[in-house]
Write a protein that binds this ligand. Structure first.
Ligand SMILES: Nc1nc(=O)c2c([nH]1)NC[C@@H]1CN(c3ccc(C(=O)N[C@@H](CCC(=O)O)C(=O)O)cc3)C=[N+]21
Length: 306
């Protein structure tokens, strides 16, 4: 699915490229972490594949808040930049909320600026739905999962994934309007008690905790649909890196499932594809909004000259 989304992005970006606009993603990455390096590399590779420009703006983990704010404002004003993402999580001295708010809502391709995210929570159409929830909706749509009336369990309550997908699926009309919502959603997190009955009753389980193998075969019902968004690492001497990536769901549980997404090779690549879809959308929005302004400025300049 992620391949075919990338192919359609490449096709659809032809018209905007013909007008001389190259969609351009800026990733702000603070700190140093081999795993995050790999996610950022995936984003770069996907951009290269569809002919988008990619810029990595990297900072040491000791960087101060105002320095990052300045960079975000700079990219927000740069008309050659379509989308900006701030790679999360951030080092402790930084306040992610105020940094995210500095990203222009028109370039907020992660959909995390409150101006965008609040639309989703109010059941309105948002310019940018966060990439992972958007990918999950696309997955459910393409495979024909009937959300209405279903029992859904979401594990993890981040803005990036858990809380947002839980909100979307519970609504009647979803903000990306591709499918109908109307699920009964349980949002489970680290303080939840007695979680087994909800898990066992779930038609769909979406797990985004990062606790490897948290969900076992015995926890789920026969024929459940499993979407694994968890990423963690276990020791594995046979790998060059010495570690192996695992999801939240014990692969033994796949045997009982009607359908599942594995880790790796599931939601991760889909997230990247949906991110690029948002970058293309951002480029279109800005071509409409900035271009006439730019042309106006150029016209005024040339009139001044003459
Ligand atoms: N502001 C923000 N936006 C994000 O979208 C965001 C973020 N912060 N912080 C970190 C998470 C993680 N993330 C992934 C992207 C691609 C893969 C991916 O492509 N994974 C491959 C394997 C990658 C590998 O081999 O290491 C797979 O699952 O098959 C995984 C995870 C985006 N994130």
């Amino acid at each position: 699915m992620s391949d075919s989304i990338l192919e359609s992005i490449e096709r659809e970006s032809k018209s905007i490229k013909d007008k001389g606009v190259i969609p351009h993603l800026v990733v702000i990455y603070i700190g140093d972490n081999p795993q995050i390096d790999s996610y950022v590399r995936k984003k770069r590779e996907a951009c290269e594949r569809v002919g988008f420009k990619f810029t990595l703006d990297r900072f040491s983990s000791t960087v101060q808040q105002d320095q990052i704010i300045k960079r975000i404002q700079y990219h927000s004003q740069d008309t050659s930049v379509s989308g900006i993402i701030l790679q999360l999580p951030l080092p402790e001295q930084l306040d992610s909320q105020s940094l995210i708010q500095a990203i222009s809502p028109l370039k907020d391709v992660d959909g995390l600026n409150p101006l965008n995210l609040a639309q989703i929570f109010m059941g309105k159409k948002s310019m940018f739905v966060p990439c992972t929830p958007d990918g999950i909706l696309e997955l459910l749509r393409q495979y024909g999962f009937k959300v209405e009336g279903s029992n859904v369990v979401v594990l993890g309550r981040s803005n990036l994934v858990g809380r947002t997908i839980a909100t979307l699926l519970s609504q009647k009309n979803l903000s990306n309007q591709s499918i109908q919502g109307g699920a009964t959603v349980s949002l489970i997190h680290r303080y939840s008690k007695n979680t087994k009955p909800a898990l066992k009753a779930a038609d769909l389980i979406i797990s985004a905790t990062g606790q490897g193998g948290l969900i076992k075969k015995d926890d789920i019902k026969e024929g459940a649909v499993l979407i694994d968004v968890g990423i963690s690492y276990v020791k594995d001497e046979s790998k060059k890196s010495g570690v192996r990536m695992v999801g939240d769901i014990d692969p033994e549980a796949y045997k009982k499932a009607m359908a599942y997404t594995p880790v790796p090779g599931g939601v991760g690549p889909l997230t990247v594809a949906m991110l690029l879809k948002n970058v293309l959308k951002a480029a279109h929005l800005q071509a409409k909004i900035f271009k006439p302004q730019q042309q106006q400025q150029e016209k005024e300049k040339s009139q001044q000259k003459s």
